[in-house]
Write a protein that binds this ligand. Sequence first.
Ligand code: GTR
Length: 302
Amino acid sequence: MFANDTHPADYPTVRAVEYFGDLITRRSDGRLSIKMFAGGQLGSERDTLEITAFGGLDINRVNIAPLNAIEPLTMIPSLPFLFDSIAHSRRALDGAPGRAILESLAPHGLIGLCYYDSGARSFYNTHHPVRTPDDMRGWKFRVQNSDLYVGMIKALGADATPMGLGEVYQGLVQGVIDGAENNWPSYQSERHFEVAPFYSETQHVMAPEVLLMSKARWDKLSSSDREIIIESARESVPYMRKLWDARVISARKDVIAAGVKANPVDRASFRALTHPLWDRFVTSDHGRALVRQIQDMGEGDA
Ligand code: GTR
């Protein structure tokens, strides 16, 4: 089976999918295996998702954001300031709300196998530290291809420019954009820190990565092979999280040693301006019920 990932070979998501591949090969006595195409060589996440849905690609590891245009329930984990902590996001995604969101993908030709971690996304830019939304007013920020992210940037008083991850570095160099937002490991591995050295820790979104399989391929598998795939995907999650936690720490340390200026922000001011997006983007009763369930699994204001 062919697999896609936008990240380079050593990135935790890529290593987790390869680990998953090793498990299924062993458990199927070599009948099933995975060939990984890493580094975004098959195109942007949005393009590869279409190919996966049509059965042209078997396995795809993407962020949940490009799924927002396909299935509205996937916007829920991307809502700004939804999760109180990484522990809260893991609890909710491992539990019933996370499962319901994965299951909502099947009618779109995609089988959601599991979530992987993606930490917290924060804003970074080429000019100066940002502490409140006023500090970035009117700037252009690259976002993923998702209306929710476009709405979020507008709500903060800045301009959104949706583009694929591979175009961001040049965009920053040429001044087409003033900044972007991402977690520490992507900020490091895409080398954005070299050109946008002000990383302001808004931690505005804790949206996960998703491991998907093409439903067309899935439908051709025996029930015992499906079982192998489900079990192996599940077992790759703790493996990924271990790699991830270590990578968040090392990425942050390395970019700061390379000259990046990290600063805390007034998170309440970002939260206040982006909260109205929850009602604007979660419009179904099912979606609202899932948001409530997720909130009930949080730590509250304590
Ligand atoms: C990363 C994520 C990628 C991609 C990227 C982006 O955090 O792991 O899958 O979505 O962000 O911003 O395009």
